[in-house]
Write a protein that binds this ligand. Sequence first.
Ligand code: GLN
Ligand code: ZN
Length: 773
Amino acid sequence: MLSHNLGYPRVGSQRELKKASEQYWAGKIDRDALQKVARQIRHRNWETQQQSGIDLIPSNDFSLYDQVLDTSLLVGAIPERYNQLIDGKSNRELDLYFAMARGVQREGVDIKAMEMTKWFDTNYHYIVPEFIKNQKFNRYSDKVILEFEDARQQGIITKPVLLGPVTYLLLGKEKEEGFDRIDLLDQLLPVYIEILKELASRGAEWIQLDEPCLVLDLTDKYKIALESAYAQIHEAVPNLRILLATYFGALEDNLSLATNLPVAALHIDLTRGEESLSAVLSDRDFINSTKLLSLGVVDGRNIWKNDYKKSLDFIQKTVDIIGENRVLIAPSSSLLHSPHDLDLEKNEEVLTPEIKNWMAFAKQKLAEVSTLTKLSGTDYIKNKLFTTNQKAIESRRTSTLIHKTLVKKRVTAIELQDFERKNNFGARQIIQLEKLKLPLFPSTTIGSFPQTDDVRQLRANLKKGILTQQEYENRIEEEIVKSLRWQEDLGIDVLVHGEFERNDMVEYFGESLSGFVFTQNGWVQSYGSRCVKPPIIYGDVERPAPMTVRWSAFAQANSDKLVKGMLTGPVTILQWSFVRDDQPRKDTTFQIGLAIRDEVVDLEKAGIKVIQIDEPAIREGLPLRKSAWKNYLKWAVDAFRLSAAGVADQTQIHTHMCYSEFNDIIDSIAAMDADVITIETSRSQMELLDAFADFNYPNEIGPGVYDIHSPRVPTIEEITLLLEKALKVIPARNLWVNPDCGLKTRKWPETEAALRNMISAANLLRESVAIEQ
Ligand code: GLN
Ligand code: ZN
């Protein structure tokens, strides 16, 4: 039995690659210096894996930006607009590569970057391949060869990793009409085959081809493409051992397709698709073949320690049927999605030894894989490695830090009426109209105002103890008052307090709720050089005390206008954290929903009449398989309703969404039953509104009238045009006027200019509607 790994984090345990690439982009270091850092990370990764006892170590899992972009460069799928950057010299390849990832803007050259989107259901983003009708592929980059040779010089014969040809095409986009990208397969395959042949001739024994598309709903065309691709590959390089890696879900209806492909080994994810195991093990063809089965038992996407008992049972069950020699042990997916090294978490006040003992980051997961490989087939019950592991698992199962009877009871006691406002929207709208006295086309913003260095400094100084709590609060209050006066002068109708006290919209709440912990170095790559440090939800979630009431009440006391309370919703908090694997996501979300509900009720008690609960991440929580959508959307919407429904009809509940296209879940958005939704639409020129119109969306809506992601100031005319467009499909009494997201990343001058134009446009619209009537 061999152990192997599918991929390792590549930014470096101290985010060395992030720092070096950003310096390179800023022109502060040269290419050699950047490549040197990259090489050091690769060497260290190989060394770490070797020392951890991993038998088959991957190469080409490293990337300077993204592995899908690497693939585009490997097969020469370089969009035409970058042609001027191709000059055949390999030393220019790096600049071409970064230009594709980030765009270039210098004298004489102005080329847009390629699009970026989420990698399956993770928070990692890849660069979307662009294809044209006459797409030609030819081998362009030597990266995979160079990395293989580099490792060989270190004495390691690696298992090169390539994104499989079918998933690669699936992840791309047609940039012109009149063809289907999967039809490009026959053009693409010769390039793959050429590379595989070269790797084989250089001594590669194993190649890992990633085809995570096998866990998706596939059309027949894609199924046939998989069969054809792997038949051709097998024929061309019959002696190269291909490990076909699937992950992020179960194979389901693609199972026999996957087990019948002519490859040497099949990898399945047992953390998100446990059921694939029994299915593969009852597949006669597979059992009777000589194929190996790679068991992804260690979760590559979460931070919890592996339960050795459970994994060893999986392994034993497999060995009993196909024999030890046909089994490989691995993480479920690439470890790219876990933080680097738990040993770097040294602050025991932040991460107590008890909680830390439940966790494993990438480096610790390697040890788990290798230990499981060693223990299997032995009499492990008394083995120290096994017993210590089981002690940790048991401690997590029973710890009172995690399990809070009252919280669990409260979730079980939720009743249908807890999801319902007192009256339906129609009745609420009439009451709110009377109580809130808002004008037609009310204006508002999404919550945050520019986070200047001064504001950031305030929070940092509080943490460092340079400011006392009192001094800090005084300074934040000053900022709030300034922003209130400023909003009043502009003539905004529903004000916000500005979120100056918040670092991040999830972290802020995580820090005030029980059941969350934070790491100091738990960085995970999000895209390119950007890394995030997700909070960890380890236990039952409770709200020990109000979290935002102090600031919202202060703000409302300092203005005669309405000031909106501002909260992050339960689904978004869940979605952007590492979550528990010992209870369904739904249960965790309901616990958070109850905590937010308490906050909403307390805000109402404190005199806040308009409360926004942001749910930008609701769309991205959708399961990969369509058949699972309904169930997810039901509980996600319920969790939101649970958080919102504790207030009287006259209290106006807002929600906000962005970062996704929402057309396909519009009925669920309506089911959330927020009185008002503010939503990102300006980049698509309000295209989304057609969906709202077709659906006959009943509640009030503020389609963002300008894109806050750019410093550009929109003109009054542009905004007016968009509002008029919106008015064609939304009844006038339901239309709000607002930007399309929070203003945190903007500077004050452009924010003021943009909002001034926005208010002018709203006023003009009111006048013209008044004249018409
Ligand atoms: N209220 C948050 C803000 O304004 C919303 C952020 C978001 O949607 N991502 O910053
Ligand atoms: Zn937003």
